[in-house]
Design a protein. Structure first.
Length: 440
């Protein structure tokens, strides 16, 4: 259990854009300051996050939870190999949360589990790091904001660019008039996803607890093109590319524009590349307007990887005096109105291809995890508390609601609620499997 006695300040000084040497981290960490962590959902991104948490000084990855026995055993073996200590395994997150020495939980499950598992965890007295998107629908995000206030536990969303030193520096430059008043931002994501085909009914693999995998979601029959990744493209469990990846760019755009909730949202697109079971759009634009006379546009091309500004993902800010380009990672460029490059800032930290599904590289991704651990220890504030994570998630959700209804959404700028549109308002929340409803 975390000892809350005074602990030396350590690790990443993210505000200054500095990554401290591993030798300092080792000196600062101690058994008395350990934070016991569990990771829930470890097939892909969760497997990667488990290894990153296990490598943090003063963190004990004590528990792994997954509904797939093969995935569970693989992750346990990997962490034991990495740390020399075997974490305890669980299939059911509800049983995991009964562990008394558990301080914090990382939720890296499919999207339909993010908010319900987070709520369960804070109700059990645990801090939570939840992968983006923090919720499957807007109502769940609002419940998490209320739950944080009620139960007093930290909830950090995994939009890790909030902890990237140069991105933080870029945001400061925007606020300090680097390109004048910023009035428009454009973000994008481009990949080369293949068809998922037409699924066929199949027997559930013996190593998978499909009932528990579905958890809060209304029950659907198992089919052979669903698990472990293609659930992203089915509305019952996933949220499409807009939340799978767009959450990152939309969050950075919202941050740079200094906005919260929109007044107007409209989306267009479709499943154009293939004719298969994919329900969400593979090509989509979402335009959002705000009360302070600013706007943003996000574009996705899930099945065409042609880059913009030399990158498969990124953000451009347009201002009265110039333009700022953040090409997906921890670096940026500033141009004047004559399109002359006036400043180029590169990261000192290793990063990988911006569209890598695992992450931006362990050194950059670790910054956000370390911020979470430091906040638990009382050493700093969260980079992305749930109050901010919910706002960015909501923008993408509103885009999907506009697309699904084919309507322009007019919203209350105080909370993002949809105005005078009954058809769209029904997507604000979801139906749950009986007994799985989220309750504060």
């Amino acid at each position: 259990m975390l000892d809350r006695r005074h602990f030396l300040r350590q690790s990443v000084v993210a505000g200054a854009g500095i990554l401290l040497a591993p030798s300092f981290l080792k000196a600062a960490g101690s058994a008395s300051s350990r934070v016991v962590v569990a990771v829930v959902g470890t097939n892909s991104r969760g497997f990667y996050l488990a290894k990153l948490f296990a490598a943090l000084e003063g963190v004990e990855l004590g528990y792994i939870c997954d509904v797939d026995e093969q995935v569970l055993n693989k992750t346990i073996a990997e962490i034991e190999k990495q740390t020399g200590k075997r974490p305890k395994g669980y299939r059911d997150v509800r049983k995991l949360l009964e562990e008394k020495d558990l301080d914090a939980v990382c939720i890296a499950t499919p999207d339909h589990w993010h908010a319900p598992a987070t709520l369960m965890a804070v109700q059990a007295g645990k801090h939570v790091y939840v992968e983006k998107p923090c919720s499957h629908n807007p109502a769940e995000g609002e419940i998490l904001v209320a739950a944080q206030a009620k139960y007093g536990k930290l909830i950090q969303m995994g939009n890790q660019r909030r902890s990237f030193p140069k991105v933080m520096q870029a945001m400061d430059e925007l606020k300090n008039d680097a390109i004048g008043r910023v009035y428009f931002a454009k973000g994008w994501y481009a990949a080369n996803r293949k068809s998922i085909g037409k699924g066929k009914p199949a027997a559930v693999p013996s190593h998978l607890d499909y009932e528990l995998w579905q958890g809060p979601a209304p029950r659907k029959a198992y089919q052979d093109n669903l698990i472990h990744y293609n659930w992203h493209w089915f509305w019952n469990w996933g949220t499409g590319e807009a939340l799978n990846n767009g959450t990152h760019e939309i969050d950075v755009m919202r941050w740079g524009l200094g906005v919260d909730y929109p007044v107007k949202v409209v989306s267009a697109g479709g499943r154009y590349a293939f004719q298969d079971d994919w329900e969400t759009p593979d090509t989509q634009t979402i335009t959002m307007e705000f009360a302070n006379n600013t706007a943003m546009l996000w574009e996705s091309r899930s099945c065409n990887p042609h880059p913009v500004e030399g990158s498969g993902r990124g953000v451009v800010f347009y201002g009265e005096k110039g333009t700022m380009v953040i090409p997906g990672g921890d670096d940026y460029k500033i141009f004047d109105l004559d399109n002359k490059l006036v400043k180029k800032v590169d990261t000192e930290i290793q990063q990988v291809n911006a569209t890598n599904t695992m992450g931006m590289g362990e050194k950059l991704d670790t910054l956000h995890l370390q911020n979470f651990i430091d906040a638990i220890r009382g050493q700093r504030k969260l980079s992305s508390p749930i109050q901010e994570g919910h706002k960015s998630t909501l923008l993408a959700q509103l885009g999907n609601i506009s697309w699904r209804t084919g309507t322009v959404l007019h919203c209350n700028p105080a909370n993002g609620h949809i105005l005078n549109n009954k058809e769209a308002a029904r997507f604000w929340k979801r139906e749950y499997a009986k007994g799985w409803e989220m309750k504060l």
